[in-house]
Structures are given as structure tokens and as C-alpha cells.
Design a protein around this ligand. Sequence first.
Ligand code: ZN
Length: 265
Amino acid sequence: MNLHAENQDHFVLVSILIIMTGLMIGSFLNSCAFRIPRKISLLKLRSFCPACRSTIIWWQNLPVLSFLILRGRCHVCGSRIPLDYPLLEISTAIIYYYLFLKFGLSPDFLLYTIFLSALLVISVIDSYHKIIPNSLIVFLVASFITLNTLFQTHLWSDVIFNAGIPMTCMIILKYFTDKLFNKESLGMGDVKLCGAVGLFLGRELFFQTLFMASAMALLIVTLYNYKKENFDQKYIPLAPYLTMASFLTICWPFTILNLVEYVAK
Ligand SMILES: [Zn+2]
């Protein structure tokens, strides 16, 4: 009885720690998403307001809380702090907590938190700047190799195919869609990102993820742009949808693949 209560306390404490860590890392991811495309060093510790360049002091830099205290505006110049900042912090905390509930403090937890954190940064950068920085793809590949060397979560003989098959399929898809739409419809950044997703999720789950991402993108873009003009001219970033789909696939692997198999029978 006593032991049970102690375990319960322990679980609550670890849960709070995971959520706090998620919020703080979310805050760091915001600064990565701002700095990487602008080529500002991540090692500069001081955060600053993008509008007036004034230094942000510690109490203005607390995840979510500061946004509420400052009512979404810079303390010095009063310019709006984008809603993306608290949203990214909250999303990171939710993802970390859910992964903790699913995997506990295991190598899989570490693997997927690193994977989804990088994907969140890539999503923000892709949405605003229409690029997927190579440095983040290199970070994903290097993290995967390091973690797989330490924990052997994936067979090395599989790894090359897990990355290679998605990339080959995306290059073929890019060739045909570029011809069809007579413009670049898929960037090389998307191709490399798909390779990284395949690396972490495996080639089978990559295809489920890509299918879900495309379905979500199509649905959201259609609903959102239904009445707007230049619908086909608009840039649709793939990364945010791939990130959502990857998270759903990690939570519920093989759902769609099982469904297809079930229907095929
Ligand atoms: Zn300011």
C-alpha cells in the first residue's frame, strides 16, 4: 500500500519534470526556428526581441507563462509576439509527455523526442521560409547513427533501405509532379526529409506517414483555401503535415497498414 503510494508520487514527479522539460526545450526550439534560417549562432545565450533587438530578461523568457504575463507583446517596444511561440512550447510538452506515457524513459523515448523536436523546428522554418535547412537533416542523421550505435534500436542492414527507399520514391514522384505541374512541386529538402523520416520510422511506416500527411494537407488546404484565388499557386509546406503524421504514426503504428490489410482480405 505504502509502496504503491510512493510509486504514484514518483510517477507524478517524473510527469511534471517531463512536461517542464518539454516546455523549456520548446522554448529552445523557437529560438532555433528563428535563428537557423537567419544564420544567427545558437550559442549566443541572450534572447532578444526580433523587432527592437532589446535583450529579453529571464522573467520575460519563461515558456508560455511570460507570453501570458506580457499579454503577447514585447515589454520594450510593444510589438506582437507571434502565437506560434507558446503553441510550439505547448506542442513540445504534449509530445514529450505522450511519448513518456507510451515508452517510459527508454531509448525509444529518446529517439522519438529528438526526431519530433527537429521536425517541429523544420516545420516552422518550412512554413515561413519555404526551405528545409540541410543542417537539421544532418542533425537528424547524426543523432540517429549515434543512438543506434548506443542502443541498437534498428538493424544496420535495414537502415540503408529505410532511408533509401523513401528517397528514391520521392525523387520519382518529384520527377512526375514537376512535369505535370510544369514547376517545382516537391523540393529536394522534402526528399531529404522523407529519407530522415524513413530512417527513424522504418520504410513501411514511412509510407503510412506520407499517406496520412498528404491526406491531411489536402483536407486542410482545401478547407482553408476553398474560396480563395490562386489556389494552385500557393506554396504548401510538406514538413508540418509530415510532423503531425509522424507523431500519429508513433502513437498508433500500423493503423492504416492494418486497415488496408483488413480490407484486402
Ligand atoms: Zn521589442
